[in-house]
Ligand binder design. Structure first.
Ligand code: MEV
Length: 444
């Protein structure tokens, strides 16, 4: 069926939008109206709050919100909030947290907290002349012109750290950047950075047009291409690590501690040298990171983009985690570049985000960076531990069992039967179906 475009969709009421969608795409089927409406919150204010986070909202999309307890991080015992739909992520986090609990837990170090943004522009000027203009005239003007925007941030201990002129003309004709670094303290700072950069663009235009050292051709050649923060923040980075004597590893999979440590380290090395494996390895890390990023109201697209750019920073995509075995000590760590906030954005608006931050003891942005790196490291530890011993399907399918049973419409009693049935066996889709059919036919 060919669909018609719609004019003014955003101006329709919520019911109007639903009617249009259901009639145009879903053959007017009332069932789809019901599906959308059953996710509306019965508290109208809460519903409105969620609708106003975005545009053209017609329903809410639920995600499970779970807790992974027993995380000992820099001496503090925390329970991590995790919003994630993939079964076994929270279980793996909890298991890894418990594993490291009596081995000193996780230790973290903030390596740096610098964020970056650029004004990208084109100008047909001799590079030395532009550099001179930047050093002796423009830089100071950029700082002065953004004083109003940066005042509050400066009062909180942050602001613009530095601005540099970058010559990119070797890569594209007449292309330059104003590259600025920022400290945004407890906020993620995207709006702050972008506002500063947009002002840089305006000031650059004004100062070039006024400057007597530029010819009119040079002035006319200026084009501000864009002013935007970079989500790649290699200087906003945290390290999280665990370590213990090999004798203390005590893995319960039946292999010796030495064998476990060796197999584990080898799996990390494979992710370091093989991009196909590194992608899955890092995806597993981001299972842990994103779940906490979402639960704390942060932007998981930004954290994903940054992590993967960092993993490829040396020209070859590699692992975000590393492992060594030296003098009988097993050490496993992650260097995670991540830019997050605990003020601004959704943090004061979304009730569950408020809950998450309260649960974490109202962390600073730096403490949240640490928690996120730990969550990623723990998740990777859990995945590798399973991969090099039992394989992941055992744990994964156990958690997935309920998804399969729900799809088949199993009753609570039947679900209990399956829990017992698979107690000592690996769950497989095929076996669930055949056992389900067997018990259903024996009931008839
Ligand atoms: C699944 O979401 C993540 C894993 O594939 C990660 C990994 O292989 O390391 C289990």
């Amino acid at each position: 069926m060919n669909h018609k475009p719609v004019e003014g969709f955003s101006k329709l009421t919520k019911q109007g939008k639903i009617d249009w969608i259901v009639n145009e795409y879903l053959e007017g089927n009332e069932e789809f109206q019901t599906i959308l409406k059953q996710y509306w919150n019965e508290n109208p204010q809460l519903q409105k709050l969620h609708e106003e986070f975005s545009e053209n909202t017609i329903s809410n999309f639920y995600m499970p919100y779970g807790i992974a307890p027993n995380f000992l991080i820099d001496g503090k015992l925390l329970a991590l909030p995790m919003a994630v739909e993939e079964s076994s992520v929270v279980a793996a986090a909890s298991k890894a947290a418990k594993f490291w609990l009596d081995k000193g837990g996780f230790k973290t170090t903030i390596i740096n907290t610098k964020k970056l943004g650029h004004t990208h522009f084109i100008i047909d000027v001799e590079p030395h002349k532009l550099q001179h203009f930047f050093n002796f005239k423009l830089k100071q003007k950029l700082l002065e012109a953004t004083e109003d925007i940066t005042r509050n941030m400066r009062n909180r201990g942050g602001g613009i750290l530095n601005i540099r002129l970058i010559d990119k003309t070797a890569e594209m004709e007449n292309y330059y950047q104003l590259k600025a670094s920022f400290d945004t303290v407890d906020s993620m700072g995207a709006n702050f950075i972008n506002s500063c950069l947009e002002q840089f663009g305006k000031t650059l235009r004004e100062e070039v047009s006024k400057d007597e050292d530029f010819t009119s051709e040079e002035k006319n050649s200026l084009q501000i291409v864009m002013n935007i923060l970079s989500n790649f923040t290699p200087d906003c980075i945290v390290r999280a690590e665990v370590s213990c004597k090999i004798d203390e590893l005590n893995d319960d999979s039946g292999i010796s501690n030495e064998e476990f440590a060796t197999k584990f380290k080898r799996a990390v090395t494979i992710a370091e040298i093989e991009p196909f494996r590194a992608t899955t390895h890092n995806k597993g890390i981001m299972n842990g990171v994103d779940a906490v990023v979402i639960a704390t109201g942060n932007d998981f697209r930004a954290t994903e983009a940054c992590a993967h750019a960092y993993a490829a920073k040396d020209g070859k995509y590699t692992s975000l985690t590393h492992c060594t075995i030296d003098d009988g000590v097993f050490r496993f760590w992650i260097d995670l570049p991540i830019s997050v906030g605990v003020v601004g954005g959704l943090t004061n608006l979304h009730p569950l985000v408020k809950f998450s931050l309260a649960l974490l003891g109202k962390p600073s942005a730096q403490e949240l960076m640490s928690i996120l790196a730990v969550s990623g490291l723990a998740q990777n530890f859990g995945a590798l531990r399973s991969l090099v011993t039992t394989g992941i399907q055992k744990g994964h399918m156990k958690m997935h069992l309920f998804n399969i049973l729900n799809q088949m419409g199993a009753t609570e009693e039947e679900k209990q039967h399956f829990v017992t049935y698979f107690k000592d066996k690996t769950v497989s889709h095929h076996e669930v179906i055949s056992e389900f059919n067997r018990i259903r036919s024996s009931q008839n």
